[in-house]
Design a protein around this ligand. Structure first.
Ligand SMILES: O=C(O)CCC(=O)C(=O)O
Length: 277
């Protein structure tokens, strides 16, 4: 049996060539299983629970669940909660990944500073925002829409590679998102129930990544009104809103300001990636 494992800052790479059962332990990581054929994969650090890749089982005792990319087996199993068609991947990003993503976002904000949009009805939104990608989302008295430039006239910066990787894994490797909207919820910020319907093609899901303070996410129905369900989204959680749930009303009632130490000054960041046209 040959089992090569080594760590780099973001990936645990494992190359397994064996027909024999094996068991391997490294700090924060344990793998066991039988590989009937040579498997080569790249495994994110930070996975918890049991994940199966072919006949190979990886168990990780880190804080969060990780991601698996398979080159050979093409089988990926990942747990998610399903609430009204919203897939909630709890703790998909571990704390190292979250911090790296925040660092990437600092770069985005340096090129495209956060601003407070106005609703078409003339009220300032409670959430501050900016965007990355081909388009940014905009709201002012002319309405909700996507635009190719930041209000200061510059094009939006590129979507960070780490965000694209998550999209590639959960949504599509062929088609990337056109927009990554970056919302910042400071103390007292919230977002009312709404549908995401400014995009041309609703067959693409919306991918949402939560970072920082916990946010109470409310999920409604495809029409206004009716009973709703709520869940606290935690830092590192990823939500996929697609299929029949693509036009479901959703919003954020409140955040628990200071509940996470990810952002120095507190608050919650939410990224939403969308195909726009
Ligand atoms: O902050 C969230 O979790 C949701 C954000 C959202 O619904 C949106 O940007 O449309």
């Amino acid at each position: 049996m040959t089992l090569d494992m080594f760590f780099d800052p973001f990936y645990l790479k494992a190359i397994v060539r064996t027909p024999d059962p094996f068991r391997h332990q490294a700090p924060g990581f344990e793998a066991e299983g039988i590989a009937r054929t040579a498997l080569r994969g790249v495994y994110r650090q930070g996975a918890t629970g049991l994940q199966a890749l072919g006949e190979l089982r990886f168990r990780n005792f880190g804080v969060n669940r990780g991601r698996i990319f398979s080159e050979s087996a093409g089988i990926m199993t990942r747990d998610y909660l399903n609430i009204r068609g919203f897939r909630i991947y709890r703790g998909l990003l571990d704390t190292t990944e979250q911090a790296a993503l925040v660092e990437d976002l600092r770069g985005v904000v340096a090129q495209a500073p956060m601003f407070s949009p106005m609703t078409p009805y003339g009220k300032p939104m409670r959430v501050r925002m900016t965007s990355a990608g081909k388009y940014g989302w905009m709201s002012d008295k002319r309405g909700y829409r996507y635009v190719t430039e930041h209000p200061d006239g510059r094009p939006w910066p590129a979507i960070p590679g780490r965000v694209l990787e998550i999209w590639q894994e959960l949504v599509s490797a062929e088609r990337g998102p056109d927009c990554c909207l970056v919302n910042y919820y400071g103390e007292g910020a919230k977002m009312g129930l709404h549908q995401d319907r400014d995009e041309a093609d609703f067959s693409w899901p919306v991918l949402s990544i939560s970072l920082g303070d916990e946010g109470l996410f409310r999920i409604g129905n495809t029409t206004r009104g009716g009973k709703t369900e709520s869940i606290w989204l935690l830092s590192g959680d990823v939500v996929l809103m697609g299929g029949a749930a693509r036009l479901t009303y959703h919003g954020v009632d409140k955040i628990r300001f200071g509940s996470s130490s990810l952002l120095e000054k507190g608050g919650r960041i939410n990224l939403t990636c969308r195909v726009v046209d």
